[in-house]
Design a protein around this ligand. Structure first.
Ligand SMILES: [Cu+2]
Length: 191
């Protein structure tokens, strides 16, 4: 009987090794996605973003639904995230991972989505002084639609929100000091 312990992992290995090529896997994945969309109208679209030491939001997969990208950042071929497009009422989950070897005090990122009417420069200036509140200015929270916590190197944070009904270009930024000025920002285009 004790040999079963060794046989089961081998059987697993066998099936894994016989799995189809990556094309087949992608097809299976996309059809699974379609089915999920059909069966659940309240589906949440997840967008994976990486925060890098160059103080930019970048993406590993530029083919994620509804995003546009710009210049290459760093040597890993990752592209700067420029915009996220969404329909009013969409549910979006932002997952932000920080890639850094630096300590949290020197390098961390967040994702803050502001109202259409927000003054981004003023918000950012206030945020820099709000270190004790993780760079969220407590007297300007009425300008925030959604935000993550800070993610230090190796950490992932996320926030899920419903896209506003009013169309327009909503600004988002990282409020860690210096990052917005360095280009860690973009827009959510609601159309
Ligand atoms: Cu940042």
């Amino acid at each position: 009987m004790r040999y079963l312990t060794y046989i089961f992992p081998l059987v697993f290995l066998f099936f894994t090794a016989c799995g189809g090529g990556s094309d087949n896997q992608n097809q299976a994945q996309s059809s699974a996605d379609t089915q999920a969309t059909k069966s659940q109208s309240s589906d949440v679209r997840t967008i994976n973003i990486i925060g890098v030491d160059q103080m930019k939001y970048v993406v590993e997969d530029e083919n994620q639904q509804g995003i546009t990208t710009g210049a290459k950042v760093g040597n890993d071929g990752m592209l700067k995230l420029e915009t996220i497009s969404a329909d009013p009422g969409d549910k979006i989950r932002i997952q932000l991972t920080t890639q850094s070897q630096l300590p949290a005090s020197a390098m961390a990122h967040n994702f803050i989505l502001l109202m259409l009417s927000a003054d981004v420069d003023a918000f950012n200036s206030a945020a820099i002084k709000a270190k004790d509140n993780n760079y969220i200015p407590s007297d300007m929270t009425d300008q925030i639609i959604a935000h993550t916590n800070l993610a230090a190197g190796g950490e992932t944070v996320e926030v899920t929100f419903t896209v506003p009904e009013k169309t327009g270009d909503y600004p988002f930024l990282c409020s860690f000091p210096g990052h917005y000025a360095a280009g860690m920002e973009g827009t959510l285009n609601v159309e």
